[in-house]
Design a protein around this ligand. Structure first.
Ligand code: GDP
Ligand code: MG
Length: 328
């Protein structure tokens, strides 16, 4: 064990030893990792921590056992991507998820009604987006577990109340995430594999757009954060902005939809393969079956190619809407 570790490492290690849930353990391990300086003497330790983190994340991503309430914060991912709504109490998170997905979160005019996360599916064009309603981010009883969920999700939706004080709410939530070791990825920002922080795409959602003063509040929010984060203004009551929200969530998830076609037949437009943006023909093929790893020679492509049925190689980067026919 190297001796030159900073005090934050030992603080995080203590948290790790006291942690009981997997989510809390993963959170503490990530803190330990980000507190460990990078040099030869810490290579072994860093590798060990990284292995423990990925083991923990795997555990969290396992589907929940039937009837088991043991890990309510481990929400198995479903659909084209998962977005978690976070925010202060009473800003309209539960009502928004309920309206968009039909999931029956408790909506109430008093704070802290949602005690565990609740997922629902939002249909968007030919895919489903998973939205997860969560308890208030400032509820000390849930914070450790909530931050565990945020670590493994695909997108953070920071939900603020346009009839309240959305600027200071945004400030507070962004500040809290940054203090907890998150690097928030805004417009045009990419993951940096060298950065040990938890890096998550973020979007701002202003709610209760139907209420007095919401328009001006949204303008101020845009002025302050519009260059930095994607942003949508919605009302769950009137339905204003809800279609735009679905579209913005899909865009922020950074996915592409690709359609498969068999030789001599049409592709099925209702059944896309959903892949991360930047995926190549071989990623699409291997996601279907690992045998393609060895078998795949080329593909014919309709969509982003120069001409229909153009022959492309394994490393061709796919665009949303491309149709491919795989050849071994
Ligand atoms: N006017 C208006 N009120 C809303 C809207 N969305 C939620 N509310 C109200 O705000 C309160 C808190 O909503 P809730 O979804 O429980 O907030 P949460 O604590 O963030 O989950 C409830 O009284 C809702 O009826 C909206 O779009 N417009
Ligand atoms: Mg709620």
């Amino acid at each position: 064990m190297p001796t030159n570790l900073p005090p934050q490492y030992y603080v995080a290690e203590k948290v790790y030893r006291a942690a009981r849930s997997t989510a809390e353990k993963v959170a503490a391990l990530q803190q330990m990792l980000s507190a460990t300086p990078k040099h030869k003497g810490t290579d072994h330790l860093r590798a060990d921590l990284r292995a423990k983190v990925s083991q923990g994340l795997e555990e969290l991503e396992q589907p929940r056992q039937r009837g088991s309430q043991a890990q309510p914060y481990a929400i198995p991912k479903e659909g084209a991507g998962q977005a978690v709504l976070i925010g202060l109490p009473n800003v309209g998170k539960s009502q928004l998820v309920a309206t968009l997905t039909g999931a029956s979160a408790k909506v109430a005019a008093y704070p802290y009604t949602t005690r565990i996360p609740l997922p629902g599916m939002l249909p968007y064009e030919n895919v489903n987006l998973q939205l997860v309603d969560t308890p208030a981010i400032n509820d000390p009883e849930v914070k450790g577990q909530l931050f565990g969920l945020l670590r493994i999700t695909d997108l953070l939706l920071i939900v603020v109340d346009l009839s309240g004080d959305p600027l200071s709410e945004t400030d507070q939530i962004v500040g809290e995430l940054e203090e907890s070791g998150y690097r928030l990825l805004g417009l045009g920002e990419e993951q940096d594999p060298e950065n040990p922080l938890v890096q998550k795409p973020v979007m701002l959602v202003g709610t209760k757009a139907d209420l007095e003063g919401a328009g001006e509040a949204y303008e101020m929010l845009q002025e302050l954060y519009g260059q930095q984060y994607p942003m949508v203004s919605v009302s769950a009551d009137t339905g204003l902005g809800l279609a735009a929200l679905g579209e913005a969530i899909y865009a922020a998830l950074g996915k592409v939809r690709v359609y498969l076609k068999a030789r001599g037949s049409e592709s099925d437009r209702s059944d896309p393969l959903v892949l991360d943006r930047g995926s190549m023909v071989e990623d699409a093929a291997i996601s279907l079956h690992k045998d393609w790893e060895r078998k795949l020679k080329y593909a014919l492509l309709w969509g982003s190619g120069k001409f229909d049925g153009q022959r492309v190689g394994r490393d061709y980067a796919l665009s949303d809407g491309d149709v491919i026919e795989l050849h071994g």
